[in-house]
Design a protein around this ligand. Sequence first.
Ligand SMILES: NC(=O)c1ccc[n+]([C@@H]2O[C@H](COP(=O)([O-])OP(=O)(O)OC[C@H]3O[C@@H](n4cnc5c(N)ncnc54)[C@H](O)[C@@H]3O)[C@@H](O)[C@H]2O)c1
Length: 329
Amino acid sequence: MILLTGAAGFIGFHTAQALLARGERVVGVDVMNDYYDPALKEARLTILQENQHFNFYKTDIADPDAIQSIMKAHPAIDRIVHLAAQAGVRYSLESPYAYGRSNLDGHLVMLEAARHCKGLTHFVYASSSSVYGGNMKQPFSTDDPVERPVSLYAATKRAGELLTQSYSHLYGIPATGLRFFTVYGPWGRPDMAYFSFTRAISEDRPIDVFNHGNMKRDFTWIDDCVAGVLGALDHPPADGEDAYCLHGTPHRLFNLGNNRPEKLLDFIELIEKALGKTAEKIMAPMAPGDVVETYADIDAAHAVFGYDPQTPLNEGIPRFVAWYNGFYA
Ligand SMILES: NC(=O)c1ccc[n+]([C@@H]2O[C@H](COP(=O)([O-])OP(=O)(O)OC[C@H]3O[C@@H](n4cnc5c(N)ncnc54)[C@H](O)[C@@H]3O)[C@@H](O)[C@H]2O)c1
């Protein structure tokens, strides 16, 4: 049985569906906050709740008593997939405490849950490409130093990795952190550029093109991301001995990206093509907290659990736009 946090979120919803499809029992937790339209979270949840193997708690992961009572109610939980977080780089400039609560306190509560979970075999959690911050070396490798976060969001995700390292070291918790790279697809996040650009262009509103379009992103199609989450989940680090384990602890970090950075302007063109409309682009300077390029080295994930992303952006964007048009029709 799997405890899945952030189950009503974008990646959590798809992960829950994939786990349920292979016959797992899933206990989902999500606080259903209004960082973006909660109706989208409710719609995802409605689909998940059609499956009798899915159990849901509307709960804040930063509440230790609430999480403890969920763990007590489900002694069969043997794996934790922790995806709940306050996401988004720009919002972390406006609402810093939301990041402290969900990503620091909440992460610690989940580690405590893992520590006291008797039959725990694996703690898998979401980190982010943003931890690479101002790094110039490309592609980003999990061996690179990550000491230069350029946003509070990035700092909290890196903190989650360090908190996990200490728990894995102290209590022998088998743990895997996944650094996701710009995940996109149906049921996605309205705050992310692919979604907000699609919405703005389809409603004939202008879009802000940051750093005058001189940006690149390694985009990951949601099904590729979920295949990576399940692959990682099924390959817990046994004993801290293998080459990917950090400092002799059973804790590993992997990049889940596409290994293919795409230019921002090419990505906008794909959305325009899929919508059959031309965007009114407002060229803007670099936004605070943003990075110019992300590019994932995915060799380690490939070597350990066969991670092999299949979907290029020119296939994924039309599929996303088709979902968008259907959902908001
Ligand atoms: N989508 C991406 O491109 C991307 C990239 C890098 C990292 N990530 C990470 O992946 C994870 C999932 O991201 P997502 O894109 O699905 O985001 P999302 O916002 O759609 O999902 C996160 C979910 O967590 C829930 N949540 C937030 N704080 C909570 C709390 N205190 N208690 C309980 N639930 C809480 C939210 O309500 C939301 O439903 C996050 O940890 C995020 O930081 C995502």
